[in-house]
Design a protein around this ligand. Structure first.
Ligand code: CUA
Length: 318
């Protein structure tokens, strides 16, 4: 039931001009500064152009020869130089502010980009999740970024500008949300066929909820409580699923695909490809290639009789 508002969120395009944290506020300030400078320059150029067209037809000149040269020097070179140097100075200041370390005590989340999903781990916590990052509201959280394959770019428009994920390198940024909420992020560097379906959700929650979240990530996944869930777990662990996926506390310890220990509570299936409900989950298990063509999960030879059990089991996780 909690998924309904989440699904609504998934459809909205987040805007860097609607900041919800210290990082994005910097970017917004810079954006408006550039916008208003552009407006002033545009209006001035258009006014001069109109003046030239209306009053100076026929090549009549009322100014002496030294004046046009001075005008071109000041308006064409001097003024742009002053504006560009000033903007450069302001952007350097913002860059420095965005690059500051969030502090030794800040929680650290380790994010690894894959084609086409985000692996999410927290420093000091054994478990992993995918495509969603919980952060405590009002606090800075360090984000350590790596890629398992090609270039990706981590972007949460309402919280922080882009940081590229570069093969062989570890990059760092931070997240800060000043109000509780969900902030959609997106891979912002073309990384192959399903680049558009490489979304994530940053979920800012009060500190106690964040601590509870980390505790759940460290614990085994929820045990099945119905017969269908038990059959589903058996099919999952003994079938092909376990070769690629982990469910904590079971025999499934695959590391190729996302850890599914809390898949039932995630905001989407396939990093924003489809909503997380029983129907889409069944469709995904039966043939992930029709839902998100090109992803690494091959179509599954699942016994039709087992599919509802598998769905029941996976829906129960989280
Ligand atoms: Cu990853 Cu685009």
């Amino acid at each position: 039931m909690t998924l309904v508002p989440l699904a609504g969120c998934a459809g909205q395009a987040p805007s860097a001009l609607d900041p919800a944290g210290a990082g994005a506020q910097r970017v917004e300030g810079l954006w408006w500064l550039l916008f208003w400078i552009s407006v002033v320059v545009f209006v001035e150029v258009m006014a001069l152009l109109a003046w030239a067209l209306i009053f100076r037809r026929g090549g009549r000149t009322r100014v002496r020869h030294s004046q046009p040269l001075r005008f071109v020097t000041i308006a064409g070179a001097g003024l742009p130089l002053v504006i560009l140097v000033a903007v450069y100075g302001v952007s350097l200041r913002d860059l420095a502010a965005l690059g500051t370390d969030p502090g030794r005590d800040a929680p650290t989340v380790e994010v690894t980009g894959h084609q086409w999903w985000w692996e999410v781990r927290y420093e000091g916590v054994a478990g992993a999740t995918a495509n969603e990052i919980h952060i405590p509201v009002g606090e800075r959280v360090r984000v350590r970024l790596r890629t398992a394959d090609v270039l990706h770019s981590f972007w949460v428009p309402q919280l922080m500008p882009k940081t590229d994920l570069i093969a062989g390198e570890t990059r760092e940024t931070w997240l800060h949300a000043d109000r509780v909420g969900q902030y959609r992020g997106q891979c912002a560097e073309y990384c192959g066929l399903q680049h558009a379906h490489m979304a994530l959700m940053v979920i800012a929650v009060p500190r106690p909820e964040f601590d509870a979240r980390l505790a759940r990530l460290a614990a085994p996944a929820r045990a099945p409580s119905t017969d269908a869930e038990r059959r589903g777990q058996q099919a999952f662990v003994q079938g092909t699923c376990a070769a690629c996926h982990t469910v904590r506390g079971t025999g499934a310890q695959g590391r190729v695909g996302p850890d599914l220990s809390d898949v039932g509570s995630r905001w989407s299936i396939g990093a924003g490809a489809v909503p997380n409900d029983a129907g889409h989950l069944g469709g995904w298990i039966a043939n992930p290639q029709t839902v998100k063509p090109g992803n690494q999960m091959p179509p599954q030879p699942v016994d039709a009789a087992r599919l509802p059990d598998l769905i029941a089991y996976l829906r129960s996780l989280g």
